[in-house]
Design a protein around this ligand. Structure first.
Ligand code: ADP
Ligand code: 5GP
Length: 208
C-alpha cells in the first residue's frame, strides 16, 4: 500500500440496476419518489408502455406512452432489455439507457413487474432486486381504493393479480414490508447505500 498522502481512494464502479417490484397498490411509486429525493444521483429508468397516461402523468417523465404498433416495432428490433404484458398493456425497459448507465457508473431504479424482474436478473446478474409487500391484503385493498385512480373492475383484477405476484417474492434479493412509509424508506435507503459500497462492484481492486 502506498504511503503517499496524496493517494486518492475514490474508485470507479459500474452503475447498479436496482429493480423494484410490488403488487399494485403496495406503495412502490410512493417509496420510489421518496428514494429519489433521498438519493439525488439515483435516476429512474423510463419504460415504454401502450397504456394511456393517468391524470398528472407526463410523457417522457413517467413513461414513454406509445402505440401498440410502435411498441411491437421496438420489441422486434430488440430495443428492450425486457418487456412484459401487464394488466392488458405492453411495458418495456429500453436497453440503450440501461447499458449506458451501467457503463458510465450511474445507478438506475427500475419499477417493473415480476416477469420483467426475472428477465433482467437473467441478463444483468449484478442487478439488485427489491420486493415491496403491503402489511396485509386488507391494507392493499384499502390503498388501491384510497388512491382513487382505478375503476372497481380494475381494482378487482389488480387484487387478484397481487396475490399471484406475491408468490414470486422469494426470488428477490430483499423484501420490504411497506407498513410505515418512513420505516420502509429507511430500509430501502440502507440497502441501496450498502450495495454501492460492495468491493465486488469496484473496477479496480488494488491499492498501489
Ligand atoms: P403502487 O405504485 O405500488 O401501485 P402507490 O405508491 O400508488 O402504489 O400507493 C398506493 C396508495 O397507497 C397511494 O394512495 C399511497 O398514498 C398509499 N400508500 C403508500 N404507502 C403507504 C403506507 N405505508 N401507508 C399508507 N398508505 C400508503
Ligand atoms: P402501472 O400501469 O400501474 O404504471 O404499472 C403496472 C405494472 O407494470 C407495475 O407492476 C409496474 O411495475 C410494471 N411496469 C412498469 N414498467 C415496466 C417495464 O418496463 N417492464 C415491466 N416488465 N413491467 C413494468
Amino acid at each position: 500500500m502506498s504511503d503517499d498522502p496524496d493517494t486518492d481512494f475514490t474508485f470507479a464502479r459500474q452503475g447498479i440496476l436496482f429493480i423494484i417490484s410490488a403488487p399494485s397498490g403496495a406503495g412502490k411509486t410512493t417509496l420510489a419518489s421518496r428514494l429519489f429525493q433521498a438519493i439525488p444521483d439515483l435516476r429512474p429508468s423510463i419504460s415504454y408502455t401502450t397504456r394511456a397516461p393517468r391524470v398528472g402523468e407526463v410523457d417522457g417523465r413517467d413513461y414513454h406512452f406509445v402505440s401498440e404498433d410502435h411498441f411491437v416495432r421496438m420489441r422486434d428490433a430488440e430495443a428492450f432489455a425486457e418487456w412484459a404484458y401487464v394488466h392488458d398493456f405492453y411495458y418495456g425497459t429500453p436497453r440503450a439507457p440501461v447499458d449506458e448507465a451501467i457503463a458510465e457508473g450511474r445507478d438506475l431504479l427500475l419499477d417493473i413487474d415480476v416477469q420483467g424482474a426475472k428477465q433482467l436478473k437473467g441478463i444483468y446478474p449484478e442487478a439488485v432486486s427489491l420486493f415491496v409487500l403491503p402489511p396485509s391484503w386488507q391494507a392493499l385493498e384499502q390503498r388501491l381504493r384510497g388512491r382513487g385512480t382505478d375503476s372497481e373492475a380494475v381494482i378487482t383484477r389488480r387484487l387478484h393479480r397481487a396475490r399471484e405476484e406475491a408468490h414470486a417474492f422469494p426470488m428477490y434479493d430483499y423484501w420490504i414490508v411497506n407498513d410505515d412509509i418512513d420505516r420502509a424508506v429507511s430500509l430501502l435507503h440502507a440497502i441501496l447505500i450498502a450495495e454501492r459500497a460492495r468491493v465486488a462492484r469496484l473496477r479496480t481492486r488494488s491499492i498501489a
